[in-house]
Design a protein around this ligand. Structure first.
Ligand code: GDP
Ligand code: ZN
Length: 438
């Protein structure tokens, strides 16, 4: 999809739609500075200005009409984001100005950039590896500080460094095996055979443990509240939100549909889903709501299973096996009818137990993944890491000649993770998720 026309000069509006103080039109490619010479009039021609400088002046269309005044930033390849010559026009950030400036660059022979094409060019020119390109996307889309921090770490190449460390261990064993392949009676010494692979395996396991946290931090998590009618679902949702959103009512069975609310919990963008009360019911609409509640719970990253602590306990008529569940005993401010050490006592009325609940949610969503380390943030990365792990495990039990083959496969999977050795369609799938202008 994205492969033809990579020699073209491309242009796009890089800033978000709508009005803003400043807007940016970005041009990249072999003729970027020639295009800039024609649409921008300042003290000097952009093409005769050193890279890393900017000019103040006017943006013009082909007829010479002044579109706006603004800045032209000049970057000369390979020292630019894309690795090519780049001109960036900073204008007043109105859609009208930006549309005309973009059109002026197109009239000078640039073509509209495809989604992610600037970053694709950065990747193809070797400025970024694929994991870094994914980090760019994650950084653009970061909704929370956790997501931002992970994306920044990924962009810095920290993830690539972790992967390279694993690859070095694998390479060491592979080299030792290959060196001794013709002398099988010698045997590869343990320090080259067992130790590097044990280390590589444990490093990869740690990396994979971060994958869930990384994906949750980036794309957010769905958290379903389930429980019998009147268990206190809507009240707890409101308490977590900190403001009134669900309809809280003492009449059982009010929340027949479900309701979603977005909130940031533990640095993670969380969608709270308030479901219809779960119970055996004759009412057809309510029965549908209950079925929906159960399927919402199944699709959630985490389920809060609520049971009223002030009335005698009845088992939830729901099969929650397979789901991640936090059990909550609600209405903890009222005299308790039962206790359960496996359930968290929470009162939506007094707020007691809410901090402990937030901590439990954080632990369930992010695990004990170290915050300062780079995580795997996409399913593509996790898949490559899983395959590498399988090959490394196989290599540990196989005779040297077969182990060598497994280690080569492991190295291929690791190279795929960072994007140094990866199929075109995989790359295209990554860049399809980008917006135009990045
Ligand atoms: P839902 O049907 O599960 O959504 O339950 P609601 O949130 O609508 O609450 C049902 C009833 O229990 C309402 O009368 C609430 O005021 C009451 N309730 C909910 N949470 C608490 C709590 O923590 N303490 C007390 N005392 N009452 C609560
Ligand atoms: Zn409710």
């Amino acid at each position: 999809v994205t492969r033809s026309g990579l020699q073209d000069t491309i242009a796009a509006i890089a800033t978000a739609p709508g009005s803003a103080g400043v807007g940016i039109v970005r041009v990249s490619g072999p003729h970027a500075l020639t295009v800039a010479d024609r649409v921008f009039r300042g003290k000097r021609a952009p093409s005769r200005t050193p890279g890393g400088r900017f000019l103040f002046g006017h943006l013009l269309d082909a007829s010479g009409e002044v579109l706006d005044e603004g800045l032209c930033l000049i970057f000369k390849g390979p020292r630019s984001y894309t690795g090519e010559d780049v001109a960036e026009f900073q204008t007043h950030g109105s859609p009208a100005v930006l549309a005309r400036v973009l059109q002026a660059t197109l009239d000078c022979g640039a073509r509209p950039a495809r989604p992610g094409e600037f970053t694709l060019r950065a990747y193809l020119s070797g400025r970024l590896d694929l994991a870094q390109a994914e980090a760019v996307l994650n950084l653009i889309e970061a909704q929370t500080d956790t997501a931002r921090r992970q994306a920044t770490l990924g962009l810095s190449g920290a993830l690539g460094d972790r992967v390279d460390g694993v690859a070095r261990g694998v390479t060491r064993t592979l080299a030792a095996i290959q060196a001794l392949l013709d002398y099988p009676e010698e045997g590869v010494p343990d320090e080259d055979r067992t130790l590097p692979l044990t280390q590589a395996e444990s490093d990869l396991r740690a990396l994979l443990a971060s994958a869930r946290a990384g994906q949750v931090a980036t794309r957010g998590a769905r958290l379903a509240l389930i429980g019998r009618p009147n268990a206190g679902k809507s009240s707890l949702l409101n308490a977590l939100l900190g403001y009134e959103r669900s309809i809280v009512t003492p009449i059982a069975g009010t929340t027949r549909d479900y309701l979603e609310a977005a909130v940031e919990l533990a640095g993670v963008p969380v969608t709270l889903v308030d479901t219809a009360g779960i119970r055996e019911t004759g009412d057809a609409i309510e029965a549908a709501g209950v079925r929906q509640a159960l399927s919402l719970a199944g699709a959630a990253d985490l389920v809060l299973a609520l049971e009223d602590g002030s009335t005698p306990r009845e088992a939830l008529p729901a099969d929650l096996s397979g789901a991640r569940v936090i059990h909550v005993r609600t209405k903890a401010d009222l005299p308790g009818a039962w206790t359960d050490p496996a359930a968290l006592d929470v009162s939506a009325v007094t707020g007691a137990g809410l901090p402990a609940l937030r901590d439990a949610i954080q632990a369930a969503l992010l695990g004990d993944t170290a915050r300062g380390e780079a995580w795997l943030t996409t399913e593509r990365q996790a898949d490559a890491a899983r395959r590498a792990l399988t090959h490394i495990q196989a290599a540990q039990t196989l005779p040297d000649d077969l182990a060598g083959y497994e280690l080569e496969e492991a190295l291929r999977a690791l190279a795929e993770l960072t994007g140094r050795d990866v199929q075109e369609d995989v790359v295209d799938a990554v860049f399809r998720n980008f917006c135009v202008g990045k």
